[in-house]
Every structure is written in structure tokens, then in C-alpha cells.
Ligand binder design. Structure first.
Ligand code: DX5
Ligand code: ZN
Length: 218
């Protein structure tokens, strides 16, 4: 399966975001932007104004991963300022169907994110409402954490569901994805790979992206 590599700018230099994105623009597919509010997760990053600016300075579309409370209120605005994809968390959304539809209506791809300890089953019916399912492979909040192998059976089940229903949903893994772990994710059925530390912690981020793609498609 063709792999899509989404470097996460959480591990980039926040004072030079446009340059950091340019480093990987020839090799990566999209750019993953982690929005954290210090409530849904114990960390604070960036929000709507930064995304609105970065859209204008990125050659690649932005994949906004909203780790925030009240995503129902905020998610459509990210689509409106030009994000290519907006992911809300199942654990935070109070009206996920309405919000996912609002994201699509505003012109972006709609994603649903699920934490490592959250089961997939309650959300299976939402697969028809989304363009991407994000299965977190670390507890959300920080880059550079250790990959959680215990999520892999859920990745496998999600791939089976997507296949059996003949859906065009992308299956994304996020957290601890590296040259060491990406093959396991691909083998389980993921096709979109977020990598922060493995890309921006490398001496040559573009080369790191090429290596991840080669491993995922091996
Ligand atoms: C963590 C974020 C991830 C993070 C991944 O909550 O959602 O996108 O940047 O970082 P790495 O790849 O370093 O685990
Ligand atoms: Zn993320």
C-alpha cells in the first residue's frame, strides 16, 4: 500500500515554522499540526492564528490534529482558514457527527481521533462520516514518547472494517512512529504515518522522511 508520511511540526523549531516545513516539502505528503489547549492534554502549543498563517507559507496541505476540549466549537474554523484536514477527538467531541459534517461542509477532510485506551467499537458507525481515522499510538500530549504496541490489534481491526465496508478512509497512526516501528504499523494496515521526533530530531529531516516511506512500503 502506498504510504503517506505526515511530519509533525511539534518537534520542529516553533520560531521558524515556515522554514521547517519547507525542509520536508519535497518528500512528505502533508504536514501534521498538533493543536493542544492544556485541558484535553497537559500541554499547550498553537491555535487558529498560527494555522491561518502557516497555510499561506506551506507548499503542503495542513493536517490539524485538535487535542482540545470543545472541538465542536472550534473545528470548523480550522477548515475555514484553509486546513486540508481537521481531526477531532472522540473523547472530547459532544456532537461528533454534526462537527464532522461541519468540517466537510467547510471544505476540509474530516478526521476522528481515538486515544490508546479508547475502544473502536462505539465509533464504528462513524466510519461513513469521516475521511481519516486516527489511532493514537501514544497518550496524546507530547512528542518523543515510546510507541505503544498494544494499539496494533486495533489498527488491524480498523483496517478490516474499512476494507469490508469498501470505504476510502485513511488510517493514521500518531505517536512513537519511527524507522523501528513504522513497519509494524504498515503491516497492521495503517497507511498514514505521523512522525515528529523521527523527522525533526534527525540531522536531515528530508532523508528521514524518505527512510520512513521506504520502510513503510517495504
Ligand atoms: C502527540 C502528537 C503527535 C506528536 C508525535 O500527542 O499528537 O503528533 O507530534 O510525536 P512523535 O512522532 O515524536 O511521537
Ligand atoms: Zn498529532
Amino acid at each position: 500500500m502506498a504510504a503517506k508520511i505526515f511530519p509533525s511540526i511539534l518537534s520542529a523549531d516553533f520560531a521558524r515554522l515556515a522554514e521547517e516545513v519547507a525542509l520536508i516539502s519535497d518528500d512528505a505528503d502533508w504536514v501534521h499540526v498538533d493543536v493542544m489547549d492544556n485541558h484535553f492534554v497537559p500541554n499547550l502549543t498553537l491555535g487558529l492564528p498560527v494555522v491561518e498563517s502557516l497555510v499561506k507559507h506551506s507548499a503542503l496541505p495542513l493536517d490539524c490534529h485538535l487535542m482540545i476540549e470543545d472541538p465542536d466549537r472550534w473545528a470548523p474554523a480550522y477548515a475555514e482558514v484553509g486546513a486540508g484536514s481537521v481531526t477531532i477527538h472522540a473523547e472530547a467531541a459532544k456532537a461528533p457527527i454534526r462537527t464532522l459534517r461541519a468540517i466537510r461542509a467547510a471544505g476540509a477532510r474530516a478526521g476522528l481521533g481515538i486515544n490508546p485506551a479508547t475502544p473502536l467499537e462505539p465509533y464504528e458507525e462513524l466510519l461513513g462520516e469521516i475521511d481519516m481515522l486516527l489511532l493514537m499510538t501514544v497518550e496524546p500530549g507530547f512528542g518523543g514518547q515510546k510507541f505503544l504496541d498494544l494499539v496494533l490489534p486495533k489498527v488491524r481491526r480498523a483496517r478490516q472494517l474499512i476494507k469490508s465496508r469498501d470505504l476510502a478512509v485513511w488510517l493514521q497512526v500518531d505517536g512513537g512512529v519511527s524507522a523501528e516501528t513504522i513497519e509494524r504499523c504498515a503491516e497492521a494496515g495503517a497507511d498514514v504515518f505521523v512522525a515528529g521526533n523521527a523527522v525533526y530530531g534527525a540531522d536531515d529531516p528530508a532523508e528521514a522522511v524518505r527512510l520512513l516511506r521506504a520502510k513503510a512500503e517495504a
